[in-house]
Design a protein around this ligand. Sequence first.
Ligand SMILES: [Zn+2]
Length: 561
Amino acid sequence: MSCTSSTLPIIAVLRAPAARAALQQLVLALALVLGLSACIHGGGSLPPSGPAPADVGVSTQELPGEEQPAEPAPLTGPEKAAAWLEAHRDRPTMLRAFVERMPKGADLHMHLNGSIYAESFIRWAADEGICVNRMTGALTDPPCRTREGQVAARTAFEDPELYETFIDMVSTRNLERSPQSGHARFFAAFSKIRGVGADGDKIAELAARAADEHVQYLEIMLTLREPQVAAIGRKIGFDTDLASTRQALLAAGLAEEVTRARAELDSITRRARTTLGCDSSEPGPGCDVEWRILQQTIRTLEPAEVYAQLVFAFELARGDARVVGINIVAPEDSPVALRDCRRHMAMIGSLSRAMPEVGVAVHAGELWPGLVPPRYLRSHIREAVTLAQARRIGHGVDLAYEDDPPGLLELMRERSVLLEACLTSNRVILGVAGDVHPLEEYLRAGVPVALASDDEGVLRTSLGTEYLLAVTEHGLGYRELAQMARDSLSYSFVEGDGLWTSPRRLQVADACAADHLGSDEPTPACAALLASDTRARLQWRLEAELEGFESLPWITCQVPE
Ligand SMILES: [Zn+2]
């Protein structure tokens, strides 16, 4: 492993407040020298570059034998944005304004139900005539059993205390007032909201929010037909001969379940488009957000049920262009998930070898000492990479406790396995944040990373918040944020080869090599690529949006006018 392959050589320095302050002074001084100061007092544009006027009182005539200092090159757009961020590193409101507006590419790790706000669930529950438990917040089918504390969900809109309690109980809001741990509150939320609301409306909510947050592509995890698929799994049982069990599952009705799931997706897509008004004369901004599905497998069930779910997920992804991959979810620290982790990874690996076109992302290493005995911290991330052939790892928090962490980082870098970093989720559920979080080690090792929200609704977070934490808790600058935004699209499972021949080095595909990236008028060859390649189209748009962001007057001029 190369010990000098750091992509973030200044991070360690940035962690020390004194060093950070000194660096900020340096950046400010540089920015001032290079002309940003004109904007601070003067207004909306940078000073023109070019030769100094002759009447400034200082001779500009070259003296014999003396070398004149070179004219400093004007800052590029990315350099201006980077300088702005450094100049405002200690100004939380301005940093927040920056990350909110920054184009972020994709959110690759988000669960459908967990990403919905409790306010939407209670509204849907009221519309559907469902009951809410005053004590637990659980939503249940009518009739409401008042002796058990259940009342009609619509009551919540006339009862502020019930409304507030419900939101707290199905999210991690006001967690500090609760005796529950973040882990307990978080995972308990999902059973309380299960089955409420239409998936199409939920996707519409996510797409509309993504548009507001300058996110252009979502990979949404959901679980289609889980009870039916698990039942087929129980009927067939589990045999260590994975290939023959797969055939038996398909023959026993799994193939028909794939057909039914595709029909469900048709209906979900139609509803999402209707809710967003995509086919109306005034389509909502969410219609511009691309989304694809990752079919989830619940890892806390018995092996026969887990394998049936995985076969179903791979077959669905192979058969439906909207489903671009799979993931395995539910608490990694549950007894069954711990017992069967290696077996699950082998199952995924076997199916991945048979269907390599299916994207594989795995929750792995979402663990921490104290949550589980130490022996469970040693191998989950590595096994996800080596056994399951995962192309993306969700969380990867317990890196330090893996056998041979440097070797694992090198393996991930070599295989170009991306880390989906979910900083708020890790802080709330595991209590891991700041210096203790391994984000910087992944970046330092050259492992591609994308920030992700995990469960925006339950965690009351946003992708903007994740970007902010990367700056404030991990010392990242604009260059690293922009790289992560680009990586989120490069390592997504969306169809298409993309704009770059090499995602990390950002070499442009031949068809667009002569173009200004993000231009409204690409050359014919480039336009043909963009028309035929969704990934390239998304990446092109991100380049245009980044350039627009870097050109915002309040960025180029340091402070808003
Ligand atoms: Zn997750």
